[in-house]
Write a protein that binds this ligand. Structure first.
Ligand SMILES: [Zn+2]
Ligand SMILES: [Zn+2]
Length: 258
């Protein structure tokens, strides 16, 4: 079991330093651990993420730990980051100049059909799923992202299943196939409480509909802990998520670096 979706205290809503996560991963005999804290932007603070001024220290800390633990685990420097078209040069800079090993696309916000900046946690209706999906697809096509974190995040909204929802799933899955993109089955959705929705009692995500569609493809899937405490690196929820991925018959892979 490996994990490439790891947060730290630096994003201001997770707990534990980088080394705490490394020690937990080593204790569970993981071979690879990738850090993907919520990525900052140089000119704008979107909230609930690392401050831009922390970025250098974050990267240097992982470099230092990489050396210190090199005979026990392989560590990677990443960020989970939003996609905004105008930030394309910044993503390239992170990879080409700042030495990041990967970017995970963690799309939470997007610009809706009317040009309004929105968060998917507060979608107005399923038409927002389409613009959300288009934003995810545009991001995939840039080639800057190694995997898509929680590609079915929009299911945290409780709207009846309709054509828009199905179409949003279809667009993301089709584009992922075209781009040979890795999709992340996000365990953290299972840490969020189940609630009664139009389609029954369920966790906000991962959503069965989306992943059953993925299971009909040969898309590569990783399980991401999306841990916000060190104890979550490899917890019961992670083991449950792995079982679900098996049960669904998804094409699960162990590393994002192959
Ligand atoms: Zn977070
Ligand atoms: Zn995350």
């Amino acid at each position: 079991m490996n994990n490439y979706h790891t947060h730290t205290y630096r994003c201001l809503h997770a707990f534990g330093k980088e080394e705490d996560y490394v020690q937990e991963a080593v204790a569970h005999k993981m071979e690879e651990l990738g850090f993907s804290d919520h990525g900052p932007f140089p000119h704008h603070d979107y909230g609930l993420r690392m401050q831009y001024t922390e970025l250098d220290d974050y990267l240097q800390t992982i470099d230092r730990l990489r050396e210190q633990y090199r005979d026990r685990i392989r560590l990677y420097k990443g960020l989970e980051i939003e996609y905004y078209r105008e930030s394309l040069p910044y993503y390239r800079e992170l990879i080409d100049q700042r030495g990041l090993d990967y970017l995970a696309l963690g799309a939470h916000s997007f610009v809706d059909a009317k040009g309004h900046f929105k968060n998917i946690f507060f979608a107005s209706g399923t038409e927002d799923f389409l613009t959300y999906a288009d934003n995810v697809c545009e991001a995939m096509r840039t080639g800057c992202f190694r995997f898509v974190a929680h590609p079915d995040l929009f299911f945290l909204n409780d709207f009846p299943m309709d054509d828009n929802t199905e179409e949003a799933c279809r667009r993301i899955i089709t584009c992922a196939q075209e781009q040979n993109m890795i999709l992340e089955y996000n365990a953290n959705g299972y840490r969020r409480a189940r609630r009664m929705c139009c389609d029954g009692l369920r966790h906000p995500y991962p959503h069965r509909y989306f992943w059953q569609k993925v299971a009909q493809t040969d898309l590569r899937v990783i399980v991401g802990s999306d841990c916000h405490t060190p104890q979550q690196v490899c917890d019961d929820t992670m083991r449950f998520a792995y079982k679900e991925v098996q049960r669904l018959g998804l094409n699960q892979i162990d590393t994002i670096f192959s």
